[in-house]
Design a binder for this molecule. Sequence first.
Ligand code: HEM
Length: 270
Amino acid sequence: MTPPLPKFLRPTPPRPGENGRNGDGTTTAPPKPQEQAVEGVASVVGWLDERTGASPFLRGFLYRKVPKGTNWFYTLGSATMFAFLSQAVTGVFLAMYYEPDAPSRAYASAAHITNDVFLGELVRGMHRWGSSVMIILIFLHMGRTFFFGAYKYPRELNWVIGVVLLVLTLMMGLTGYLLPFDQRSFWATVVAVNLNSSGPVIGPYLADFLRAGSEFGPTTISRFYALHMLAVPGLIAALIGAHLYLVAKLGTTAPPWLKAEKKDLLTEEI
Ligand code: HEM
């Protein structure tokens, strides 16, 4: 005997009007394909919601109140996040062709992406320019939170998470710069790693770790690649999650001029 279907797969008996019959002898037109599609999507969303309980969280997140005076400056954080997502997507496509196993292969595979792969030049260009866009946006976003006083109580932890995100974003720039392995990227990275090695206490160890030894070699490039496409973006993604959780929990700060107006009003009242 076949086991009974689970409840969510069992067809629901038609309600009056659903299968074209109204129960009083009259009939209505069958649902249009668009209506059926909408109903299908709604039932899938309902199925997921029943099992995850996501809708109260999403409703709270998407419909949360924002302070009066919220303006375009508040979009800089989301713009930074979209720059990161664009880097992640273009990076996945580059990783399909890039070969970090030996310096000569790395250079040749990067040239192959630009010259031979369909839309390779565009994707590589988006990734290269996107890295600068992300760094500009992150600084603008940091400036906004600083000048609006959003780093103060109770948002200090979110500021600290932001600082770590900034350092990690700069690390993405450093580790990515070596990967094409042309003269410029090689020598720029030699200088950057030498600068690191002159840092106090951990400097020399950090430089040895980055080089995978005391000299640049074939392992250096795979080390930079592993950091660039796995470790650092993984950390960034996790920290963006924590950052957004705190934004949703604490809400955003009102612009300083509105806070000042409120203070004036209070002083007047007193
Ligand atoms: C990958 C980098 C980052 C992403 C994706 C990101 C994303 C966001 C988003 C979407 C918001 C809410 C909307 C807004 O205020 O713009 C926000 C708020 C905030 N971010 Fe970032 N952020 C990043 C880096 C930073 C950095 C570098 C700092 C500072 C060092 C920072 C500090 C803050 C603070 C304090 C808030 C709260 C703002 C408020 O309450 O008004 N974030 N972030």
